[in-house]
Design a binder for this molecule. Structure first.
Ligand SMILES: Nc1nc2c(ncn2[C@@H]2O[C@H](COP(=O)(O)OP(=O)(O)O)[C@@H](O)[C@H]2O)c(=O)[nH]1
Ligand SMILES: [Mg+2]
Length: 201
């Protein structure tokens, strides 16, 4: 079954979001980093994969964090052909600040690196700007997220790629719609590939 990868920093609300989407009771962290191994949950004719969160986690060393990131990159590389879609979950209320802090230090933020990496592998990415309930200036915040990921504001130019959500408030309609579009496309592509394999062999 083709996979829908959920990636993001730990504590951004990946597990809460997947729970809201699927109704499945998956562990949600009081403590960041609850999801250590990829967790698989059926979603329509696809499989959602809840990837371990990256970035700072209390009780995890720098090396440990680096190893988690390497594992994620390796997983994506070796499964790219089987990934229909990636949903990159960010915390809308802190994304810009975190990215800017890294950039000021002359480092590439993990999110930005991952976003570009997924594109290089031709994997479709939807950015789920979660915890939007905590944000006052929604448009300004989403413009800031778009811009930092290389999408020229206003964010409304990118309605298919960046969607505001609140997993906690179960406000996830826009994400469902965006996912549906991509999944239909993925099914069509699969159909074409099956047809091609009949034609050539
Ligand atoms: N305010 C708010 N909190 C959220 C939202 N989604 C998740 N959370 C909280 O963020 C924390 C981390 O959530 P979790 O799903 O475990 O994050 P994960 O580490 O990315 O899987 C939990 O305390 C959630 O209740 C949201 O949309 N709004
Ligand atoms: Mg989790």
């Amino acid at each position: 079954m083709k996979e829908i990868l959920f990636v993001g920093r730990s504590n951004v609300g990946k597990s809460t979001l997947i729970r809201a989407l699927t109704g499945k009771k998956i562990p949600v962290g009081k403590h960041p980093g609850v999801t250590r191994k990829p967790l698989r949950i059926p979603y329509q004719d696809f499989q959602i994969v809840d990837m371990p969160g990256f970035g700072f986690m209390s009780g995890v060393s720098d090396q440990g964090q680096e190893a988690i990131k390497d594992n994620i990159v390796h997983y994506i590389e070796s499964n790219a052909g089987n990934i229909a879609l990636a949903v990159m979950v960010v915390n809308a209320s802190s994304f810009a600040q975190i990215v800017d802090r890294w950039t000021e230090r002359g480092e590439i933020p993990v999110e930005v690196e991952l976003f570009e990496f997924l594109h290089e592998l031709n994997i479709d990415v939807i950015v789920a700007a979660n915890k939007i309930d905590k944000v006052g200036d929604v448009d300004g915040t989403l413009d800031g997220i778009a811009q930092r990921l290389g999408m020229t504001p206003p964010w409304r130019q990118w309605l298919d790629r960046i969607v505001p959500v609140s997993a906690k408030k179960r406000n996830i309609g826009r994400l469902k719609e965006a996912m549906q579009k991509r999944l239909e496309q993925a099914r069509k592509n699969d159909g074409v590939n099956v047809l091609k394999s009949f034609m050539y062999f």
